[in-house]
Design a protein. Structure first.
Length: 228
């Protein structure tokens, strides 16, 4: 046998294996029927209108979510590269789509953000472990197209919750006292104030996401989402 052929065969086999792995990893809606995860769906786009939501071809939300509406957590099969689609309610017209990769037993919240050509679907994993010692657990998410790309978030005492939160990303969890919370958001580079946002009813033992987005008039707002 030709020596070149001896070395060629393992190389060909390796290329075939790598191609197969790449194809498998790119496969859409690779569902794990033996696994489950929990998903909450939020319409964070003020101009999108009522939306339905489909995961891996299965309709999870059919009634139409309005701006700031959120579903309960829905238990569904987990998987890789599962296609997420927000559709205009009453139609099959996709407003924005994305994909999600999940492990078994985890919790995700999926947001519709932006409008028009900036419409997008963003996924954030949630930790639903309750805070101790009568505190409140919060995280911040930046979904605003009107705010600067990178912002600083702090309270009125100057304590920073994030020194550089980038658009479409989230902070880690923070622990605050129940009751009133005043949040100041400033552009990282410009140092200009984006706004001060007040929350007066944070409840001990609860978990919230406070997400920056834009209202129908293009003003930057911060909305509150309860997780437990």
């Amino acid at each position: 046998m030709n020596t070149k052929e001896i070395f060629k065969r393992p190389v060909v086999a390796l290329i075939f294996l790598l191609t197969a792995i790449a194809f498998s990893s790119c496969k859409k809606n690779d569902i794990d029927d033996s696994g489950q995860f929990n998903i909450k769906v939020v319409n964070a786009s003020a101009t999108a209108g009522p939306q339905t939501f489909t995961l891996a071809g299965n309709v999870l939300i059919s009634s139409g979510l309005n701006y700031m509406d959120a579903s309960a957590y829905v238990n569904v099969p987990s998987g890789k590269n599962m296609i997420t689609e927000f559709k205009n309610a009453g139609t099959n017209s996709v407003y924005a789509s994305g994909s999600i990769y999940t492990d078994n037993g985890v919790n995700f919240t999926v947001y519709l953000a932006g409008s028009g050509s900036n419409a997008r679907v963003k996924n954030f994993q949630d930790d639903l472990g309750s805070p101790n010692n009568g505190l409140v657990k919060i995280k911040f998410i930046h979904l605003s197209d009107k705010a600067p790309n990178i912002v600083t978030i702090k309270n009125t005492n100057g304590d920073e919750y994030s020194s550089s939160l980038v658009r479409d990303l989230a902070t880690g969890y923070k622990f605050v006292s129940p009751g009133n919370l005043s949040v100041q958001v400033v552009g990282l580079t410009s140092k200009n104030s984006v706004g001060t946002f007040n929350f007066t009813d944070l409840i001990a033992g609860k978990i919230y996401s406070l997400y920056l987005t834009d209202d129908a008039n293009g003003n930057v707002v911060m909305n509150k989402l309860l997780h437990n």
